[in-house]
Design a protein around this ligand. Structure first.
Ligand code: 13P
Length: 257
């Protein structure tokens, strides 16, 4: 049984007071939910207050960051190290988000270094992969996913499936309101699971959690999360509002596959 993870990627949203208020509101909505893991990925500046508010309200939410650099310290103006993230209670980190790949030109090779560093520093990477619209239209989805996954996981071993998450985020579904159909998501997730089996082994592939991201909202969450190989969601827009985020968490909690 793979426990679902419902994760909110806030992207570049929420100032300190908004971050604080969000966690306060969420804590009222979700304190009873036990069978779903929940994580939030605020901007760096909000990490401390989110960490403190989670502790203060005794809620079971993991804290994640949206990015990190792979070096531990040094002359890297504007960057954040894994050790710095750990010092504010960060347990997980999104790596290779399509916005980092496409706006900030991150390559698979660069992402590979970050995944390695996260693992070495005992932060759980949420490695994002996904095809662009024209790649899907040209029937290149599987080759793109294979290329991204293989290169981003190059020379990385895995002995524990809870060490890492994969997020399938088709670029054309991010922030567009057009989600992948449940079947498209299932097909991609199953393909990714088979790749993981080739890269590592069958046991890891069976247990590793693969999240879907791209226009997940309360109205489509049930269908998407009911797919056999969809083990959770990485949510942008709909995670910014405590009500819609908790609605999706509740939907996930009520699904039995
Ligand atoms: P949206 O849910 O806003 O489409 O964003 C998805 C995403 O990029 C999560 O990382």
């Amino acid at each position: 049984m793979r426990k679902k993870l419902i994760a909110g990627n806030w992207k570049m949203h929420k100032e300190l007071n908004e971050a604080y208020n969000f966690i306060k509101s969420l804590s009222k909505e979700i304190n009873e939910i036990k069978n779903v893991d929940v994580a939030v990925f605020p901007p760096f500046i909000d990490l401390q207050i989110v960490h403190d508010t989670i502790l203060e309200n005794k809620i079971a939410i993991s804290l994640g960051a949206q990015n990190m650099y792979y070096e531990l310290k040094g002359a890297f103006t504007g960057e954040i190290s894994p050790k710095m993230l750990k010092s504010v209670g960060v347990e997980m980190v999104i790596i290779g988000h399509s916005e980092r790949r496409n706006i900030f030109n991150e390559t698979n090779d660069f992402i590979n270094k970050k995944v390695k560093s996260a693992l070495e520093n005992e932060i759980v990477p949420v490695l994002c992969i996904g095809e662009k619209l024209e790649q899907r239209e040209n029937e290149e989805t599987e080759s793109i996913l294979a290329e991204q996954l293989t290169n981003c996981l190059q020379d990385i071993s895995c002995s524990n499936p809870n060490q890492i998450f994969i997020a399938y985020e088709p670029v054309w579904a991010i922030g567009t309101g057009v989600n992948a159909t449940p079947q498209q998501a299932q097909d991609a997730h199953l393909f990714i699971r088979k790749l993981i089996s080739d890269i590592w082994n069958h046991d890891i592939a069976k247990e590793i959690r693969i999240l879907y991201g791209g226009s997940v909202k309360p109205s489509n969450a049930k269908e998407l999360l009911s797919q056999l190989d969809v083990d959770g969601a990485l949510i942008g827009g709909a995670s910014l509002d405590a009500k819609s985020f908790s609605e999706i968490i509740n939907i996930a909690a009520n699904i039995t596959k």
